[in-house]
Design a protein around this ligand. Sequence first.
Ligand SMILES: [Mn+2]
Length: 341
Amino acid sequence: MEATLEEIARYIDGCKTAAISGHVNADGDSVGSVLALTSCLRSLGIQATPLLADDATVPDKYAGFEGYGDFVFSGRYEATPDVFISVDTSTEERMGHSLPVMRRSPKSVSIDHHKDSAVSAELTHVEADAASACMLVWELAKVLCDAPSAEVASACYAGTLTDTGMFQFQNCDARCMQAVGEFVDAGANPYEIATDVYQSKAIGLIKLEGRVAERLALTPRGAIAYSWVAKADFDELGVTKSESEGLVDIVRSAKGIEIGILMRDEGGIIRCNIRSKKHLDVSVIAKRFGGGGHVAASGFSLSGELSELLPRIVEVLVEIEEQIASGAYGSEFDTRGLAGA
Ligand SMILES: [Mn+2]
């Protein structure tokens, strides 16, 4: 049932324990929303546990945020909290190992900003026009506490910074910038957070950025830019999957393109990040391959070998580019038998 944040605050009231989870392959908004809400609930005396939806490592660029060291992989979390809260997660598949925790919890809430969000929590609050889930968590924190702490504000800042691509994407609007002003007023430090999140890269990651740039190619009319990362690149440069999340931004930065796509071989699973640079809704491409996401930032996964899939994906991209050129973008296209993993 769709609920207001005030209704959610009343629903949580009286709970002694809570578990909060974001989505698999946690990004900055997922990590930030979980940690901000954990910190806020703890300040109210609720015993809150931040959950990780998959058995991964949270990138250490978020290590400065309160609660970072408390993350528990939900597959190893055996308790039943009074309330389970899902944040920044649009499908139950994306909930990973946190789904059974929600199923066994007597109360459940989902707070999200994805279009068509479909997590079947008892109470849901979805605002697709919010730039980040962290902005909604901040609004909830303001209902729950009179003045959310600098720790809550810092985590919300980080999630909003990353989900807007450093305030560069289509979702960055006046509401977002006003929220960011509130985070800074409440004690978030833009310089320190930017240094941790964007200016503390491992050398291997910088070298991998170079490879992505080197391999960048365009479809014939120049509307779609694409590049790829091989499994061997990850192994050789010691870069983890989660560290490589932002690499698609290099592809997106190509001048004049409509769509940027990065294919990452994670060992038999090819993860494809798609970004729209102008107005095209790239979630239609992601959905055709069994994925999903936002209008401007989506993704899908395929199983197989990159060497075999890359030319087939490029064929599809060329067809999509023809649709863009003819004004038929969004209509059916031939996926060449490629089905989502
Ligand atoms: Mn998000």
